[in-house]
Design a protein around this ligand. Structure first.
Ligand code: SAH
Ligand code: SF4
Ligand code: F3S
Length: 453
């Protein structure tokens, strides 16, 4: 038997949930005595935390894997792990496709990495994809940032949007108890973190599954209650959350965001389509009128709130006129940012089986037209920052200009300004905005001494 490998590398694909899982798995590996290797080629343990939301995300994983599988023939003690959503979707089939793999583990098993690895080091090939109750993790995550941190509040998703694999790969909703969420945030505050982002695929579902629901189905733990519950954690200056679902988004939540000073005025509320028939075919459970009312209400309480969303073009059966309803919604609302994607048929989802699929050419054309409109509108939205003073939480250096630091406004606009990271990291600085672009801003620091407090 060879001795256990000591250096690890993790490559993460996909959404913030996967990033958060990777940070926890990295924490577990460090606890086990492994050290981080930036270069995968120098690592003895490689973990791919994968995404299967669209076909291209899945294919990327296979090309990375092919390369490492080859390397394993020269270095048999290399440990190869596929975690995340492709692992969950493919399970055993992944071992048949890539027999060099040591461990295939679904997202619900992230916190069990140590147990699973112990079995691997006994010489077994392990597949862990059965649904489980997600255990609270007691190890310290290895977080990428020392300023902002992800905090899972609810795992899984009980929705059944007809295009989406997430419920298949992430399982049913499991909310964490408010007390453990608060304890994690308190620890972050003690460690000097300034911002937390609460995470869930459908964060508005938070608490539905916790004990304490009343007989009429109302629950005592909601996202709104959670925001009030964690709001006063010392050291934490900003609170964000994602992702919101228009079906469940309440005015009570909007009011809480308005009332609670640490909650940032940024809302990520995917609409997917601006056409009611398509929304129905997607099983989204709202109309574009309802979506518009939500945004109106947000803007009534917080006129300057920034709004971002996700949208899909080329869903099966989408006509040109229906696509134009999406363009119209984007035109009317004026998003600060919009993640757009061409529809990709996914295994195990209803819409993949329908016979009204559109050609790649139509999808590509619509995606381009939508993206063009998005950048025009985002540039318009950026204009409102010109000449204004914004509070920027400094996170890092500008990778393209070492004389500048970068951070985000409360509205989540990336902002650059002259300054030294060693002095400013983790500080909220007042920045006068002098240049605006569609998705970022440049300015200069005002009253740095006062802002540094
Ligand atoms: N829970 C979030 C989104 C999760 S997936 C929500 O309900 O909005 C992130 C985004 O990927 C989705 O918002 C959607 O826009 C996109 N997406 C999901 N499945 C897709 C598919 N099959 N093809 C193209 N885009 C997809
Ligand atoms: Fe997917 Fe819909 Fe759940 Fe979002 S709400 S993760 S789009 S099924
Ligand atoms: Fe991808 Fe899984 Fe997230 S499929 S988008 S990594 S939940």
């Amino acid at each position: 038997m060879t001795s256990s490998p000591r250096r690890f590398h993790i490559t993460t694909f996909g959404c913030q949930m996967n990033k958060a899982d990777s940070e926890r798995m990295a924490g577990i590996l460090q606890d086990m005595g492994f050290t981080w290797s930036e270069n995968p080629e120098d690592a003895d343990l490689i973990l791919y935390n994968t995404c299967t939301i669209r076909d291209n995300a899945e294919q990327k994983v296979y090309s990375y894997l092919g390369r490492q599988a080859k390397r394993k023939h020269e270095q048999p003690d290399l440990t190869l792990i596929v975690a995340g959503c492709v692992a969950q979707q493919e399970g055993e089939a992944l071992l048949r496709r890539v027999p060099e793999l040591d461990l295939v583990m679904g997202p619900q098993h992230a916190n069990r990495l140590q147990d699973l690895l112990e079995r691997v080091f006994q010489g077994r090939q392990v597949v862990a994809t059965e649904p489980v109750h997600i255990m609270e993790d007691i190890t310290q995550p290895r977080r990428d940032s020392a300023v902002t941190a992800w905090v899972n509040v609810i795992y899984g998703c009980n929705e059944r949007c007809t295009y989406c694999v997430v419920p298949n790969v992430r399982g049913v909703e499991q909310s964490r108890p408010p007390e453990s969420i608060r304890a994690e945030i308190e620890e972050l505050g003690r460690q000097g973190y300034k911002e937390v982002t609460l995470l869930g695929q459908n964060i508005d579902a938070y608490g539905r599954d916790l004990p304490g629901a009343t007989a009429d189905g109302r629950h005592l733990h909601t996202l709104t209650d959670l925001l009030y519950f964690i709001h006063d954690v010392p050291g934490i200056e900003r609170i964000r959350f994602a992702t919101s679902h228009p079906r469940y988004f309440t005015e009570r939540l909007i009011r809480a965001c308005h009332e609670l000073p640490k909650v940032c005025e940024h809302f990520h509320i995917p609409f997917q389509s601006g056409d009611n028939d398509l929304l129905k075919a997607m099983s989204r459970g709202y109309t574009h009128e309802k979506y518009r009312r939500i945004i109106d209400t947000v803007r009534r309480y917080m006129p300057d709130a920034s709004i971002s969303a996700d949208a899909i073009v080329g869903f099966p059966g989408e006509t040109e006129a229906q696509f134009e309803n999406t363009l119209k919604l984007v035109e009317d609302i004026g998003f600060d940012q919009l993640n757009t994607a061409a529809y990709s048929p996914r295994p195990g989802t209803p819409a993949a089986l329908w016979d009204n699929q559109l050609s790649e050419e139509v999808k590509r054309d619509r995606l381009q037209r939508l993206n063009h409109l998005v950048s025009v509108k985002a540039a318009e939205r950026s204009q409102r920052y010109f000449g204004r003073v914004e509070e920027v939480l400094v996170e890092d250096q500008n990778p393209k200009d070492p004389t500048q630091v970068m951070g985000r406004t409360r509205g989540n606009r990336l902002t650059y300004f002259e300054g030294r990271l060693d002095e400013l990291k983790g500080q909220q600085v007042l920045v006068k905005i002098t240049e605006v672009r569609a998705f970022s801003l440049t300015g200069h620091a005002l009253l740095p001494a006062a802002a540094r407090g």
